[in-house]
Design a protein around this ligand. Structure first.
Ligand SMILES: [Zn+2]
Length: 358
């Protein structure tokens, strides 16, 4: 039986272990121990992701990520009636430890009750928050599942991520020419000015319902009194519409070309890379049918919502696994106001258990 108090305790214990992206070792060691207690023989793949399974045929993969964003060190969870919050100086880490806790509680409940269940695999990934890096490097030879449920969405578990965009990151490296800013600025060529010329030709923010564009960082110059020789601009754009992606890509390359013409002495290099690819769930998607049926059997009405973000689910789908992302009771992710709603967390554990019992 799903035990609310045990689930809340597991969650609080998990978030007390610091695991900012890239520093998930302590959390992984703790999780391996928990999985051993549940009768699994967990392994860490070459990238440090934690994988376990019971070896049965046609397993269902349950997944969540181990890393959290900053400020995420020394988290002190506070249980306040039906909510869990941080002390306001850090995030809570419900993204994604609420997912980890829900999966662990379901596995514990099933083991305790000794009921027959569908074979299961679990994958707990590293470095999701910095670009799905753990999932990208996951050892898929250790995964047999063709269906997966990823606990990494906002809101209650009945909230299913119905679509996710393609994400393209870009770097623009501009090299001008340094010169003393007061003595002979005429000899210089400002890389920052060139960066500005490019940026003003680009869109910003929300472009339409399914597309966004952002310049995230500009690094350039060395000192106040020198014409800056180099500047790097980093940004990203996303869309669920492939034609829109093409037109943004074109706009970016035209902006760079025209600025190249205007500043022929500068060197402007650009690199684009696709971080993850779009998907839209269909009604006949195997994992979607599983999740919606399980939710309804619990009296929860599934709600399908598109997301502007990506999750490990994007990578699983690219690897041919029908993956569905559901909510894990978390709200205001990536902020110090983050909270987990306990009844929703209990529902997430129930969902997980029901998926395995069916
Ligand atoms: Zn997450």
């Amino acid at each position: 039986m799903i035990d609310r108090d045990r689930l809340v305790k597991t969650f609080c214990d998990l978030v007390k272990i610091d695991s900012p992206s890239g520093e998930e070792d302590a959390a992984a060691v703790d999780l391996m121990e928990r999985l051993r207690t549940l009768g699994f023989s967990p392994v860490r793949d070459d990238y440090g992701n934690v994988i376990a399974g019971d070896g049965g045929p046609d397993p269902l993969l349950l997944s969540a990520h181990l890393d959290t964003v900053e400020p995420g060190r020394g988290i002190k969870p506070i249980v306040d009636a039906d909510r869990i919050v941080s002390d306001g100086t850090t995030i809570l880490g419900g993204d994604c430890k609420a997912g980890v806790a829900a999966i662990l509680e379901a596995l514990t409940s099933i083991r305790e009750d000794g009921t027959a269940h569908r074979p299961v695999e679990v994958a707990f990934t590293r470095e999701e928050e910095i670009g799905l890096v753990g999932a990208r490097n996951l050892d898929f030879s250790k995964i047999a599942a063709k269906e997966a449920v990823v606990f990494d969405g906002e809101g209650p578990p009945s909230q299913i991520t119905s679509a996710s965009p393609t994400y393209i990151g870009f770097d623009i490296e501009i090299t001008g020419r340094a010169a003393h800013a007061g003595v002979e600025p005429e000899k210089g060529l400002s890389a920052i000015e060139i960066a500005a010329a490019i940026i003003t030709k680009l869109p910003q923010g929300r472009l339409d319902q399914e597309s966004t564009f952002n310049i995230g960082t500009i690094e350039g110059g060395t000192v106040r009194n020198a014409v800056p020789e180099s500047t790097t601009v980093r940004g990203e754009f996303r869309s669920r519409n492939l034609e829109t992606l093409d037109s943004i890509r074109l706009q970016l390359s035209e902006a760079i070309s025209s600025v190249r013409e205007a500043f022929p002495e500068a060197t402007i290099e650009d690199h684009l890379h696709t971080e993850f690819e779009t998907y839209t769930l269909t009604d006949d998607d195997p994992a979607t049918s599983l999740v919606t049926a399980a939710l309804r059997s619990l009296g929860l009405e599934p709600s399908m919502r598109p997301s502007g973000g990506g999750t490990d689910g994007n990578i699983f789908r690219q690897r041919g696994i029908s993956a569905v992302v559901v909510g894990m009771a978390d709200h205001d992710m990536h902020t110090v106001r983050e909270s987990v709603t306990i009844p929703d967390l209990v529902d997430a554990a129930h969902l997980c258990e029901t998926l395995l019992r069916r």
